[in-house]
Structures are given as structure tokens and as C-alpha cells.
Design a binder for this molecule. Structure first.
Ligand code: MD3
Ligand code: FE
Length: 201
């Protein structure tokens, strides 16, 4: 069943994708990963991220000791593959048909992977929301505030859930505390895929 939740301005659409749509999207993402293999970059502090990632679209998000940024090419030197049509359809439905995202960041969480609290602020125009799609194992998503520190709230994201972060929520701190590894049967080897769609420039 589709239900809607709102936490600190983040809109959470539980059950937005049915099981068939989730499986179709996983095969789309497998194709993206074939063209642009997953990698675990180093943060600006030189620490390897536990999340593996790649991107689709004109830009891919990247980090190394030089800092966080968007790049037009995968570290191997190839252009990022196009954003799959079925992924763009979610953006069209929930955000806009006028402007398409130019990055789909693919995050892959293996057992034990997590993502600390951060803001997404490497994009040029914060008036566009960020949209996220969760596939595979359930994850505890933590939401803070725009300012550093203060209280946080958490919510479990399940396979097929979609989040839209726009308006006041666009710059809130957020992260993934933990993944309940093996909780979903969508991915044969377990793990969690998160897609975030962003307008970069
Ligand atoms: C709230 N990814 O890639 S998605 C990220 O599940 C990221 O992989 C997490 O945070 C993940 O940057 C969380 C939900 C999300 C994405 C972007 C946001 C929440 C957000 C941007 C602004 C506010
Ligand atoms: Fe983020």
C-alpha cells in the first residue's frame, strides 16, 4: 500500500514502487553498473567510504582528497551512462516534467556500510529538490536540521520507498545509521541500493 509520511519537511512515500517496478529498476541499475562499475571513494579526510557508488547522467558525484564535487566522467575515464528511463519517470511524476535531473547517484550498501550525517550542497541550485529511491534491504534513515547539531529523528526506509527533499528540507543533515542486512529478497546477494536524483548545474 502507498502511504505518505512527512518528517522535518522530508516527504516519504512508502511503497511507491511495487515489487515488479523494484525488480525492473534493479535490472536497469545492473546495466548502469556494467557500464560504470561501483567504487568506494575516499573522503576529503582520506578515509575510504563504506558505501560503494557510481552514477548515471551528465554528472557523477565524486570525492577524493581534493574534496567533494561532480565529475563528467567515471574514474575509469568513460562518460557516465544515461539515467534509466524508468528512474526519470519517478522524477517526472513527483518533481517536474520541465527539468530532468542531471545526476543519478547510485549508492550500494553492503553488510556494515553506513553514511554519516551530512548535507547535500555540491549542487548549484538548491531550489530543486533531491529525490531518493530505496531498493533492497531496509535502512534506518536519520534526519537532523539545517544547522549542525540538535536533535534528530529516524525512520526505516524499505524497498520501494521514495523520499523527496525540497524547500526547507533540501539542506537538512541526513544519513544512514545502519542497514538491516538480508531483510529484503530483492537483491540475490543482499544489500541496499539507494538512488538519488539531483539537478547539478
Ligand atoms: C535529505 N544518501 O547520497 S537518501 C546521499 O540512503 C544520501 O544512500 C542516503 O544521503 C542513502 O547523499 C540517503 C535520502 C536523502 C537524499 C538526499 C537528501 C535525503 C536527503 C538531500 C537533502 C536532504
Ligand atoms: Fe545525502
Amino acid at each position: 500500500m502507498r502511504t505518505k509520511l512527512e518528517i522535518r519537511g522530508v516527504e516519504i512515500l512508502k511503497g511507491y514502487l511495487d515489487p515488479q517496478a523494484q525488480a525492473d529498476m534493479v535490472s536497469d541499475i545492473r546495466e548502469v553498473v556494467r557500464a560504470a562499475p561501483l567504487f568506494s571513494p575516499e573522503t576529503r579526510f582520506g578515509k575510504k567510504m563504506s558505501v560503494a557508488m557510481t552514477s548515471a547522467g551528465t554528472y557523477g558525484w565524486y570525492t577524493d582528497r581534493r574534496g567533494y564535487r561532480y565529475e563528467r566522467k567515471h574514474p575509469s575515464g568513460v562518460h557516465w551512462p544515461p539515467i534509466p528511463e524508468r528512474v526519470l519517470a519517478v522524477w517526472r511524476d513527483l518533481v517536474s516534467a520541465e527539468r530532468m535531473p542531471d545526476c543519478c547517484l547510485v549508492n550500494f550498501y553492503r553488510e556494515g556500510a553506513k553514511m554519516g550525517l551530512h548535507q547535500d550542497r555540491d549542487e548549484a541550485d538548491f531550489s530543486w529538490p533531491v529525490l531518493s529511491i530505496s531498493l533492497g534491504d531496509a535502512a534506518r534513515f536519520r534526519i537532523g536540521s539545517v544547522e549542525r547539531g540538535g536533535t534528530t529523528e529516524s525512520v526505516w526506509l524499505d524497498s520501494g520507498d521514495v523520499c523527496v527533499m525540497g524547500g526547507e528540507a533540501r539542506l537538512v543533515h541526513h544519513g544512514i545509521d545502519k542497514v538491516r542486512f538480508g531483510s529484503s529478497s530483492l537483491l540475490s546477494d543482499g544489500g541496499r541500493i539507494n538512488l538519488t536524483l539531483r539537478v547539478v548545474d
